[in-house]
Write a protein that binds this ligand. Sequence first.
Ligand SMILES: C[S@@+](CC[C@H](N)C(=O)[O-])C[C@H]1O[C@@H](n2cnc3c(N)ncnc32)[C@H](O)[C@@H]1O
Length: 326
Amino acid sequence: MERFHDPVLAAEIVAFLVKKPGIYVDGTLGGGGHSLAFLHALREAGYTGQSLLIGIDQDDAALEEAARTLRGFEAHSVLVKGNFQDIETIITGVCGNKGLAPKVAGILLDLGVSSFQIDTAERGFSYLREGPLDMRMDSDAPLNAGDIVNSYEEKELARLIYRYGEEPRSRSIAKAIVAWREKNGAVGGTKELADIIRGNAYGGEKVIKTLSRVFQALRIEVNGELDVLRRALCDGIDCLDDYGRMAVISYHSLEDRIVKTVFAEKARSDWGPKGVAMREPLAYGTVVPVTRKPLTASLQEIASNPRARSAKLRIIEKIPRRDHHE
Ligand SMILES: C[S@@+](CC[C@H](N)C(=O)[O-])C[C@H]1O[C@@H](n2cnc3c(N)ncnc32)[C@H](O)[C@@H]1O
């Protein structure tokens, strides 16, 4: 049987995050690979008794798989169906039920989709597999890829393919989709869409890039991926205990830019308007970067898990609140 999903940079993440007993949150549970690594590390350090893992995913199939992966750790883990944009409410709710203070030692967000989601043809994530135009991570969500492909106006389609796919041929692809709709009624599935894209991409290796970019753009729009990220990062940081850490793995530049920007904003102290000499800042930064540059996977990991190729891992640490001198 194919593996559900191989966790990326798992050893590095555990080494950087698991420092003490406490509450650990895996906001993108997937098949539970990273969560299992957390729980093993906590057990090896003798911390399990005073620790809790909260796993969040919006995909029912992921939650089912994670429950299987984490069998044996039921007493130390709580799995929640939800969107990580609600990370604060979820943490407060779970901690409230358990009588724990909602102060978190570590948070992981491993962004995007899992191998299982991509490899399941009926989910419609892959241009390599014939399936419906779905692409929803949460199958209860109202909007799917077919709604977008078959109802957005040409300009809207072009804008989204450019913005979320950074695809230079966005306009001609949008035009071809709309022409297809006018002729045939609707784009029927992933294969039909892939054929339309192929017919309007530059040749050679660029075809594959264009296919990936358009499918990525649709996936981001369907799941509101970039819209929810900023809030999850800010609220997640608020939930961290002093010296608690947050690790985020991103797989493309649009996500990574948001992570980098939010982490930099949170690290910066506010010195007020330029030109005004201040003895201390209006507000101090609340986090520090743990590594100067983002970490990437080793060649060895990439050889066994090609998905790790584009991974960038950024980690910050929450610093104790510094108050102003009276
Ligand atoms: C890259 S996979 C995570 C794999 C996981 N780390 C593992 O070891 O198996 C990303 C997972 O996050 C979930 N996900 C993505 N965005 C989400 C969001 N906004 N809220 C909740 N889950 C999300 C996806 O459904 C998917 O299962």
